[in-house]
Design a protein around this ligand. Structure first.
Ligand code: FES
Ligand SMILES: [Fe+2]
Length: 356
């Protein structure tokens, strides 16, 4: 089959990130040095409060902590004796190591060694810190000093017409690429999601366009598969179908906006955060501009049920790596998005040995 048309330049190619790889890195080195260029969420904002929090991204162990005006992300390693700082505590705005009490300020600089309180502290006693952003209820970081790519966009988050929901992160034993591709796959609704929004009698996938965009991919898919049993009990799919607009922010985030009848919109930002080559932490802010007077729990539960239906499949797929070489798996017309996604990951430089 023919490849999707290239209609806009893609994500600029980032330079390989230099420096040592994380200990026990599960990625091929060349892949890690590319993936480390991008922003990924590593925690919910609401979970980073008055104590340090551990996280892991691309096999790098991280610690997050918040002071009155700063949120810091650093490698989770005390410079003294290799103790995770996430085991420590926050005192008067400093992160205090659990072992010998070294204190680190919000810049990661060691500011006190309790065993020698009057000794000068060398400036190089400073943690390796990383850029941090908070957006859509999530804490994001990047392991490169200068992040590349387009930061995933979710304008509805700040739109008062929309109700926000933030499920707890979902841990999935799969590569981030497999999860994200599955989120954009439109041919599985009738089978995997037959108990939620899919219709077992409606497996047909109409043709649809896939466009390259500066952030990655833009896909507009119209079908007669609905998405949500609304609170009033009416099924969603109308005669003219339901439009799903996917915007993929390479490498591992996709915003889906589902255009339901009567101007109702469901928006999901699927962020497959690569913990390691075969472990993904899914963060998925949800928004809706309908049923906004209804409680959030059923809305969250319904979408988490769908994510768990997908989870069972992506955990079982093999090879665990998303094959970048298009010859490795068979493709059908409905897979236009997957084909373009794999091509774009390949264009970023991710190799045949996507993971090790
Ligand atoms: S290991 Fe952290 S202060 Fe000694
Ligand atoms: Fe799915």
């Amino acid at each position: 089959m023919s490849a999707p048309a290239a209609s806009a330049p893609g994500v600029p190619l980032p330079p390989p990130v230099t420096g040592p790889l994380p200990r026990g890195c599960t990625f091929a080195e060349s892949d890690w040095r590319i993936l480390a260029n991008f922003w990924y969420p590593v925690a919910l904002s609401r979970d980073v409060t008055d104590q340090p929090v551990a996280a892991k991204l691309l096999d790098q162990r991280l610690v997050l902590w918040r002071t009155s005006d700063t949120l810091t992300c650093a490698n989770d390693l005390c410079l003294h004796r290799g103790v995770p700082l996430s085991m420590g505590s926050l005192e008067n705005g400093d992160l205090v190591c659990a072992y010998h009490g070294f204190r680190y300020d919000a810049c990661g600089q060691c500011v006190k060694i309790p065993a020698h309180p009057s000794a000068a502290i060398p400036p190089k006693l400073r943690l390796t810190t990383h850029p941090v952003r908070e957006a859509y209820g999530l804490v994001w970081t990047c392991l490169a000093a200068e992040p590349a790519g387009t930061f995933p966009e979710l304008p509805e988050w700040d739109d008062p017409a929309y109700q926000q929901a933030l499920p707890d992160p979902l841990d999935i034993a799969c590569s981030a690429g497999r999860q994200l591709e599955g989120f954009m796959d439109v041919a599985h609704f009738a089978f995997l999601h037959a108990n939620t929004f899919g219709d077992p009698n409606n497996p047909y996938v109409p043709n649809y366009p896939v466009e390259r965009a500066p952030h990655g991919l833009h896909i507009e898919y119209r079908s007669t598969v609905g998405n949500y049993l609304r609170q009033d009990g009416t099924e969603a799919p109308p005669e003219e179908g339901v439009l799903r607009v996917f915007d993929c922010f390479l490498p591992f985030a996709t915003r889906l906006k589902v255009h339901l009848p009567d101007g109702a919109h469901l928006v999901i930002l699927d962020c497959a955060s690569p913990v390691s080559a075969r472990q993904t932490r899914l963060f998925a802010p949800l928004l809706r501009n309908y049923d906004t007077d209804q409680p959030l729990e059923p809305f969250i539960d319904y979408n988490v049920t769908i994510f768990n239906e997908d989870r069972a499949i992506v955990q079982a797929q093999y090879p665990e790596d998303l094959p970048i070489d298009l010859l490795e798996e068979v493709h059908i017309r409905a897979d236009r998005t997957s084909i373009a996604y794999r091509q774009e990951l390949g264009r970023l430089g991710l190799g045949e040995a996507y993971t090790t």
